[in-house]
Design a protein around this ligand. Structure first.
Ligand SMILES: Cc1cc2nc3c(=O)[nH]c(=O)nc-3n(C[C@H](O)[C@H](O)[C@H](O)COP(=O)(O)O)c2cc1C
Length: 505
């Protein structure tokens, strides 16, 4: 999918649209993650305090359900240290593409994940926290505004937080908190966020693991219903605020949350659910759901139906596209491929298959296989250059990688248009090149390898071009060849020049 909402972060995460499913503990399980991810967004499995076995099984289930990248969300401060170490080990062993961390900053966790080449996202509630996370190695920051559902880290409203944070950070910033529709998403993108993290609106979907009771309470809640409280505190660090819907606990009808008495209110299998705990009602629970933590963000009044997650994602994106399309400001500067609206030649050009074969031209089927092969390679190129730009310290290497990334994204869009015009099916795959490159931790070596990948594309183009009959496709592929030649030359100058060694660190 080539969405006008696309931001550079999409290349980094490997998604089509900059919509991230929040890693909601208990709620964001494999079914929901796969639904959001398959629809073009990026899903985070909410795995706070889960057993290593469950995490491994959930990762495997997502991989069974979809072929695209996703992440796992963990909370060091809310997890016993031994369990947390085991959770990290599972994520590393499974080589999940990304891990999102929340609450206290764990330098050790970030270092372990980075050493394993796993992309690290940190959710924070203030700019100071964001700076500390970036210093510790976080590659993406999730700015959580005070409007958020679930545990709320800071006190600053989202838009004020973005206005302060975005200009100060060198890494992509995602916005979270109270975002439920395309208007909200368009606004935060316009403020410089590279994507939106959405929790509550995805909780009320068919695939979420929340109990139907919780989903219905979200749908029934009026505007402004969600409130902030510390009443749900059992099994979390002290003094932690959560945003929930009002219930007998928040109204004080279940006694003093801090009296120390334990009241059993439910079960999840053999696990006991205590009154005032942070557990929210899940599909596999029984008990007094009304008294549990009914997490919801401030946008809750805008959610009036329970729909499939893909439908929610699509309607959010459709409205955001509409809003951004009519916005006077130039949002396109951050939106990849926005300059590519020229229609290529139609598939009619390929009607005379037998003539083509006779003249030595490639038939439509062969061209489609070729275009898809290039598409997978360019996707891999766009992602690895985005990732390398983020990891590199040297400004020249960062600039080079950013330029190459922009070009690769441009070629992806061109290839997709031609595949559509030839009535083919675009491959959803990302070339193996991405994994191979990512395994190279020395950025100097990695940049050389990326250049070899560009050389491979040039070779494939040179072999195919004489067999392309359609003039417009020929011209597009020639431009792609020239673009790659130019980038190879630029890279060689930087990587083989006198200060090459410094350039790659
Ligand atoms: C039910 C629920 C559970 C959550 N659990 C987690 C969690 O385990 N880890 C985490 O990083 N954030 C968690 N959050 C917070 C989200 O990451 C995100 O900040 C929030 O959902 C954004 O606000 P919104 O719900 O208004 O979209 C949770 C939020 C909700 C609603």
């Amino acid at each position: 999918m080539n969405s006008p909402l696309k931001t550079p972060l999409c290349d980094l995460l490997g998604c089509d649209v900059p919509i991230v499913l929040a890693g909601m503990g208990g709620v964001a399980r494999s079914e929901l993650v796969a639904a959001v991810t398959s629809a073009g967004g990026f899903g985070l499995l909410g795995m706070v305090r889960e057993s290593p076995d469950l995490i491994a099984a959930e990762i495997a289930r997502v991989r069974n359900l979809c072929t695209r990248d996703f992440g796992v969300s963990l909370i060091p401060a809310a997890t016993p240290p031994e369990l947390f170490a085991a959770e990290l080990a599972v994520c590393i062993a499974a080589q999940v593409p990304a891990v999102a961390l929340f609450w206290d900053l764990s330098l050790e966790a970030i270092a372990r994940l980075r050493a394993a080449s796993i992309l690290v996202l940190c959710q924070v509630g203030s700019t100071d926290e964001a700076r500390a996370a970036v210093k510790a190695g976080a590659q993406v920051i999730i700015a959580q505004g005070a409007e958020a559902g679930g545990h709320v880290r800071g006190t600053t409203p989202l838009r004020a937080l973005l206005a302060e944070m975005v200009p100060q950070l060198q890494v992509p910033v995602l916005a979270a908190g109270g975002l439920v529709d395309g208007n909200d998403v368009a606004q935060v993108l316009a403020m410089g966020a590279q994507g939106a993290v959405i929790g509550t609106a995805f909780l009320a979907t068919e695939e979420s693991f929340a109990h139907d009771y919780h989903k219905q309470r979200i749908v029934d809640a009026p505007l402004g219903a969600a409130l902030r409280t510390r009443a749900f505190h059992v099994n979390w660090p002290p003094d932690a605020d959560v945003r929930v819907l009002p219930n007998s606990v928040t109204e004080g009808r279940r006694g003093d949350p801090f009296s120390g008495t334990r009241t059993l209110i439910g079960h999840e299998g053999a696990r006991r659910i205590w009154l005032f705990s942070t557990d929210s009602p899940l599909r596999d629970m029984t008990g007094d759901f009304e008294a549990m933590a009914l997490y919801a963000g401030e946008g809750v009044g805008g959610i009036t139906t329970i729909v499939p997650a893909a439908e929610r994602l699509r309607s959010i994106c459709a409205l955001a596209e509409q809003v951004l399309g009519s916005a006077p400001g130039d949002l396109a500067k951050d939106v990849t491929n926005a300059d590519e609206d020229a229609e290529p030649a139609s598939c009619v050009c390929y009607a005379r298959q037998s003539d083509d074969l006779y003249a030595g031209f490639a038939p439509r089927e062969e061209i489609l296989v070729f275009l898809n092969e290039l598409l997978e390679a360019e996707r891999a190129g766009a992602r690895i250059t985005a990732r390398t730009a983020l990891d590199a310290k040297d400004e020249r290497l960062v600039a080079l990688m950013q330029d190459v990334r922009r070009d690769e994204a441009h070629w992806c869009a061109m290839l997709l248009r031609w595949i559509n015009a030839l009535q083919g099916t675009a491959s959803p795959r990302i070339g193996d090149f991405y994994g191979k490159c990512l395994a190279i931790s020395d950025l100097h070596e990695r940049a050389r390898f990326i250049n070899r990948g560009q050389g491979w594309v040039v070779k494939r183009l040179k072999a195919m071009l004489p067999r392309i009959r359609d003039d417009a496709l020929h011209a597009d592929l020639t431009a792609m060849l020239d673009g790659h030649d130019e980038n190879i030359r630029r890279s060689e100058t930087l990587l083989c020049g006198p200060s090459a060694a410094g350039a790659a660190s």
